[in-house]
Design a protein around this ligand. Structure first.
Ligand SMILES: CC(=O)N[C@H]1[C@@H](OP(=O)(O)OP(=O)(O)OC[C@H]2O[C@@H](n3ccc(=O)[nH]c3=O)[C@H](O)[C@@H]2O)O[C@H](CO)[C@@H](O)[C@@H]1O[C@H](C)C(=O)N[C@@H](C)C(=O)N[C@H](CCC(=O)O)C(=O)O
Ligand SMILES: Nc1ncnc2c1ncn2[C@@H]1O[C@H](COP(=O)(O)OP(=O)(O)OP(=O)(O)O)[C@@H](O)[C@H]1O
Ligand SMILES: N[C@H](CCC[C@H](N)C(=O)O)C(=O)O
Ligand SMILES: [Mg+2]
Length: 488
């Protein structure tokens, strides 16, 4: 039996009306989920305010309400707890409710604009291969050892996080690797968790629709490092100009990795090909199957983390060389007949798109046509639209602008905003086709022998979201089907 008073441990209480010695069944922040004897936590959100659903939650059987403002009418027999910040209170209560699972395994958080999924997934794969039972909380999926669950967010809400961590503890998981998004930190989804380590990848333009400006976005990421305990490690990319900012106020042990700057962990790229990278990491040479400069950073962060978590160096190097790319991250296939290379990549930020295109341009011989198919998500940062279009136009031979989850927005208008970023001298090489399948088909038709098609933005996603409705859509499957159907 779990008692309300016990899960309020470490929550700063402003006012309590009613009995806190009551038994509770479950925690919910959505009134629609509340049942008999549950606790309802009222949260002020971006679309609506949970405080307006308190009455509904109580009508549905809530035994306690956590809120920032007391409702005007209090119902007898229901306990009302006023707190200063209900998102924070929820995170602490969720950790208490599930028995503080983050303290019973080693939890590593990965944050930064790009590379979180890649690093967390590959750390999961590497530590699993080294014989440890591992957990993963990522954009693509949630894994408790070999049991897979669907992911809805990059960093889920605090109740969901603790629920999965508790399941990991029951399953004997030793290490959990989790992505920590800026929304997650800002909405205090990761508060109350004990991290054994934090990794910073890089910081570039994204989510400036949500965060006030770049500084706020950076400081939100920094606050994750500020909260790390002193026996944790904070590992940052020293080549990123914001890397050192992350370490300014952390009490964790500080470590750096870099390709260019002075750092604790250093790597050099000796060769960069479609078959992989030849790296020199701390004086050891190794071939890896991942492609592109940015993956040298990801692999170096993984190497450093493995060492910081006590894995043996030679074993780590050997396992690094066996890692395969993550679904939808530079996933590529060469067509049967005309040897057209189709690459699917989740690049959905200007920086990621630039990296991927630069990587392709570094590796290719230069005689091939590089056709990029790209769109920008609806209900997301509008400022990245012209920037991504400009990068695509500058770094490709031909570009097809198309839709990428328009959500509630008009796809044609998103594409027009992208077109606005194309420098006039590049306009002739671009065209716009709203239907993503048609756009990919056109790219396949345009491609000749040995050409390269990059389909950016959706990576592993298996849906297209239009007007709030998701229909099946898989870039990798579609491009391969089309190339085969066109007999290419
Ligand atoms: C903008 C944003 O981040 N929204 C997240 C936020 O919702 P919100 O607080 O704005 O919710 P709201 O709809 O205004 O509702 C306020 C409150 O009223 C409650 N409510 C609402 C209706 C009702 O009938 N009853 C009721 O109780 C809601 O449950 C909520 O508690 O908190 C919810 C619970 O944690 C999230 O599901 C939701 O994610 C939405 C779906 C989302 O799209 N989030 C994206 C932007 C996101 O978080 N992305 C990052 C990764 C981004 C990246 O790095 O690329 C991620 O970590 O996934
Ligand atoms: N270290 C890196 N630096 C820059 N770009 C990267 C890096 N790693 C991956 N990328 C690019 O960014 C894209 C997204 O990578 P990944 O999914 O690992 O990032 P993420 O941080 O998890 O993104 P999200 O915010 O959507 O969760 C990749 O498809 C690749 O194009
Ligand atoms: N985690 C990111 C993913 C963006 C992927 C892109 N395909 C889109 O839908 O905008 C977000 O929710 O902003
Ligand atoms: Mg991710």
């Amino acid at each position: 039996m779990i008692v309300l008073r016990d899960i309020l441990y470490k929550v700063t209480l402003e006012k309590v009306v009613g009995n806190t010695a009551v038994a509770i069944r479950d925690l919910h922040f959505d009134s629609r989920q509340v049942g008999l004897d549950d606790v309802f936590i009222a949260i002020a959100g971006t679309q609506s305010d949970g405080h307006s659903y308190i009455k509904k939650a109580v009508d549905q059987g809530a035994i306690a309400v956590i809120c920032e403002q007391m409702p005007e009418q209090l119902v007898n027999g229901v306990t009302y707890v006023q707190v200063n910040n209900s998102k924070q209170a929820m995170a602490v209560m969720a950790a208490n409710f599930y028995g503080n699972p983050s303290e019973k395994l080693k939890l590593i958080g990965i944050t930064g604009t790009n590379g979180k999924t890649t690093i967390s997934t590959l750390l999961f794969n590497l530590f699993t291969a080294a014989g440890y039972a591992c957990g993963l909380l990522s954009t693509v999926k949630i894994l408790v050892g070999t049991t897979e669950y669907k992911a809805t967010h990059t960093t889920p809400d605090s109740i969901t996080i603790n629920k999965y961590l508790a399941e990991m503890v029951s399953a004997g998981i030793a290490f959990c690797f989790m992505e920590v998004s800026s929304h997650g930190i800002h909405q205090k989804r990761t508060e109350g968790l004990l991290f054994a380590g934090g990794i910073f990848t890089n910081l570039s333009h994204d989510h400036l629709d949500y965060h006030k400006d770049f500084k706020e976005y950076r400081d939100v990421k920094k606050s994750f490092f500020d909260q790390l305990p002193k026996n944790a490690f904070a590992l940052i990319n020293a080549d990123d100009k914001n890397g050192s900012v992350m370490l300014q106020n952390t009490s964790a042990k500080k470590y750096t990795y870099a390709l260019k700057s002075y750092a604790d962990y250093k790597a050099q790229i000796l060769e960069n090909q479609f078959s992989g990278l030849l790296l020199k990491i701390n004086n050891n040479e190794l071939w890896v199957r991942l492609i592109g400069n940015f993956n040298a950073y990801n692999l170096l962060a993984i190497y450093a983390t493995a060492e910081l978590l006590g894995l043996e160096q030679l074993e780590t190097l050997q396992l690094l060389s066996t890692l395969e790319s993550v679904d939808g991250r530079f996933q590529f296939k060469i067509s049967e007949k005309e040897k057209i290379t189709a690459i699917v990549d989740y690049a959905h930020t200007p920086d990621a798109l630039k990296n991927v295109l630069e990587t392709i341009n570094t590796i290719r011989t230069g005689n091939e046509t590089l056709i990029t198919v790209v769109g920008c998500g609806g209900d997301r940062d509008v400022a990245k639209r012209p920037k991504m279009a400009k990068i695509a136009a500058q770094l490709s031979t031909k570009v097809v602008f198309t839709s990428d989850n328009p959500r509630s927005e008009d796809p044609v208008s998103i594409i027009e905003q992208m077109e606005g970023g194309v420098p006039p001298e590049h306009f002739k090489k671009t065209l716009s086709i709203t239907d993503r399948k048609q756009a990919i088909k056109t790219a396949c038709q345009m491609a000749e022998a040995n050409d390269i098609i990059l389909i950016a933005g959706k990576g592993h996603e298996t849906y297209q979201e239009i007007n709030g409705e998701r229909t099946d859509f898989d870039d990798f499957k579609i491009v391969n089907q089309l190339l085969t159907a066109l007999n290419k």
